[in-house]
Design a protein around this ligand. Sequence first.
Ligand code: FES
Ligand code: FES
Length: 148
Amino acid sequence: MISLDVNGTVHRLEVDPETPLLWVVRERLGLTGTKYGCGIEECGACTMHVDGMATKTCQLPAGSVQGKKILTIEGLPEDHPVKRAWIAEEVPQCGYCQPGMVMAAAALLAAHPRPTPAEVDRAMDANLCRCGTYPRIRRAIRRAAERS
Ligand code: FES
Ligand code: FES
Protein backbone atom coordinates (compact mmCIF):
# COMPACT_ATOMS: atom_id res chain seq x y z
CA MET A 1 0.00 0.00 0.00
CA ILE A 2 1.29 3.42 -0.91
CA SER A 3 -0.18 6.85 -0.49
CA LEU A 4 0.19 9.50 -3.19
CA ASP A 5 -0.90 13.15 -3.23
CA VAL A 6 -1.74 13.81 -6.88
CA ASN A 7 -3.26 17.12 -7.93
CA GLY A 8 -4.32 17.80 -4.36
CA THR A 9 -6.05 14.48 -3.73
CA VAL A 10 -4.48 11.77 -1.59
CA HIS A 11 -4.83 8.26 -3.05
CA ARG A 12 -4.10 5.04 -1.18
CA LEU A 13 -3.15 2.38 -3.68
CA GLU A 14 -2.25 -1.31 -3.65
CA VAL A 15 0.78 -1.12 -5.94
CA ASP A 16 4.38 -2.28 -5.84
CA PRO A 17 6.28 0.78 -4.51
CA GLU A 18 8.87 0.20 -7.24
CA THR A 19 6.30 0.81 -10.00
CA PRO A 20 7.25 3.99 -11.87
CA LEU A 21 5.08 6.93 -10.92
CA LEU A 22 4.12 7.44 -14.58
CA TRP A 23 2.34 4.09 -14.72
CA VAL A 24 0.60 4.50 -11.38
CA VAL A 25 -0.74 7.87 -12.50
CA ARG A 26 -1.76 6.72 -15.97
CA GLU A 27 -3.08 3.25 -15.26
CA ARG A 28 -4.30 3.36 -11.68
CA LEU A 29 -5.51 6.95 -11.52
CA GLY A 30 -6.55 7.20 -15.17
CA LEU A 31 -4.72 10.48 -15.68
CA THR A 32 -3.40 9.89 -19.18
CA GLY A 33 -2.33 13.44 -20.00
CA THR A 34 1.26 12.61 -19.11
CA LYS A 35 2.86 10.62 -21.92
CA TYR A 36 5.27 7.72 -22.18
CA GLY A 37 8.05 8.40 -24.64
CA CYS A 38 11.43 6.76 -24.18
CA GLY A 39 11.12 5.14 -20.76
CA ILE A 40 14.79 5.89 -20.03
CA GLU A 41 14.61 9.47 -18.72
CA GLU A 42 15.82 10.95 -21.99
CA CYS A 43 12.82 12.67 -23.63
CA GLY A 44 10.84 14.42 -20.90
CA ALA A 45 7.41 13.29 -22.15
CA CYS A 46 6.68 11.94 -18.66
CA THR A 47 7.45 15.19 -16.81
CA MET A 48 5.31 16.00 -13.77
CA HIS A 49 6.00 18.29 -10.82
CA VAL A 50 7.18 16.71 -7.59
CA ASP A 51 7.13 19.32 -4.84
CA GLY A 52 7.23 21.93 -7.60
CA MET A 53 10.24 20.50 -9.42
CA ALA A 54 9.91 19.31 -13.03
CA THR A 55 10.59 15.60 -12.68
CA LYS A 56 10.75 12.70 -15.13
CA THR A 57 8.55 9.91 -13.84
CA CYS A 58 9.11 6.97 -16.19
CA GLN A 59 11.69 5.43 -13.86
CA LEU A 60 10.80 7.14 -10.60
CA PRO A 61 9.52 4.58 -8.05
CA ALA A 62 6.09 5.68 -6.90
CA GLY A 63 6.98 4.67 -3.36
CA SER A 64 9.78 7.23 -3.28
CA VAL A 65 7.45 10.20 -3.68
CA GLN A 66 5.03 9.43 -0.86
CA GLY A 67 4.42 12.55 1.21
CA LYS A 68 5.34 14.82 -1.71
CA LYS A 69 3.03 16.93 -3.80
CA ILE A 70 2.66 15.56 -7.31
CA LEU A 71 1.16 17.72 -10.02
CA THR A 72 0.25 16.46 -13.49
CA ILE A 73 -0.83 18.37 -16.57
CA GLU A 74 -4.45 17.78 -15.49
CA GLY A 75 -3.76 19.58 -12.23
CA LEU A 76 -2.34 22.71 -13.84
CA PRO A 77 -5.22 25.20 -14.01
CA GLU A 78 -6.69 25.82 -17.45
CA ASP A 79 -6.02 29.55 -17.05
CA HIS A 80 -2.39 29.03 -16.07
CA PRO A 81 -0.24 31.52 -18.03
CA VAL A 82 1.72 28.69 -19.66
CA LYS A 83 -1.39 26.89 -20.91
CA ARG A 84 -2.81 30.17 -22.21
CA ALA A 85 0.45 31.06 -23.95
CA TRP A 86 0.64 27.59 -25.51
CA ILE A 87 -2.78 28.12 -27.05
CA ALA A 88 -2.03 31.68 -28.15
CA GLU A 89 1.18 30.63 -29.88
CA GLU A 90 -0.40 27.44 -31.29
CA VAL A 91 2.60 25.49 -30.06
CA PRO A 92 1.64 21.80 -30.45
CA GLN A 93 2.05 19.87 -33.66
CA CYS A 94 1.39 16.20 -32.90
CA GLY A 95 1.15 17.20 -29.25
CA TYR A 96 2.84 14.15 -27.82
CA CYS A 97 5.70 15.93 -26.08
CA GLN A 98 3.60 18.90 -25.04
CA PRO A 99 2.31 17.95 -21.58
CA GLY A 100 5.90 17.41 -20.50
CA MET A 101 6.95 20.66 -22.12
CA VAL A 102 4.17 22.60 -20.42
CA MET A 103 5.07 21.16 -17.02
CA ALA A 104 8.76 21.94 -17.52
CA ALA A 105 7.91 25.51 -18.56
CA ALA A 106 5.54 25.99 -15.62
CA ALA A 107 8.21 24.84 -13.16
CA LEU A 108 10.74 27.16 -14.79
CA LEU A 109 8.48 30.21 -14.49
CA ALA A 110 7.57 29.38 -10.91
CA ALA A 111 11.28 29.47 -10.04
CA HIS A 112 12.30 32.24 -12.48
CA PRO A 113 9.35 34.45 -13.45
CA ARG A 114 11.50 36.38 -15.95
CA PRO A 115 13.93 33.78 -17.29
CA THR A 116 16.82 34.71 -19.56
CA PRO A 117 17.06 32.88 -22.90
CA ALA A 118 19.89 30.83 -21.41
CA GLU A 119 17.73 29.86 -18.44
CA VAL A 120 14.94 28.83 -20.81
CA ASP A 121 17.35 26.72 -22.85
CA ARG A 122 18.72 25.08 -19.72
CA ALA A 123 15.30 24.35 -18.24
CA MET A 124 13.88 22.94 -21.48
CA ASP A 125 17.00 21.04 -22.48
CA ALA A 126 15.70 17.81 -20.93
CA ASN A 127 12.54 17.79 -23.09
CA LEU A 128 12.60 16.61 -26.69
CA CYS A 129 10.12 17.36 -29.47
CA ARG A 130 10.31 15.17 -32.54
CA CYS A 131 8.13 17.67 -34.43
CA GLY A 132 10.58 20.52 -33.82
CA THR A 133 8.23 22.97 -32.14
CA TYR A 134 11.09 24.55 -30.19
CA PRO A 135 10.76 28.08 -31.67
CA ARG A 136 7.06 28.21 -30.73
CA ILE A 137 7.82 26.80 -27.29
CA ARG A 138 10.34 29.59 -26.68
CA ARG A 139 7.84 32.20 -27.89
CA ALA A 140 5.15 30.80 -25.61
CA ILE A 141 7.44 30.83 -22.58
CA ARG A 142 8.35 34.45 -23.33
CA ARG A 143 4.66 35.33 -23.64
CA ALA A 144 3.79 33.53 -20.40
CA ALA A 145 6.61 35.33 -18.58
CA GLU A 146 5.33 38.69 -19.80
CA ARG A 147 1.73 37.95 -18.79
CA SER A 148 2.31 36.28 -15.45
S1 FES B 1 9.32 8.78 -21.05
FE1 FES B 1 10.33 9.54 -19.32
S2 FES B 1 11.94 10.73 -20.11
FE2 FES B 1 11.08 9.77 -21.87
S1 FES C 1 4.66 18.31 -30.96
FE1 FES C 1 5.07 16.34 -31.75
S2 FES C 1 6.64 15.57 -30.46
FE2 FES C 1 6.46 17.64 -29.94
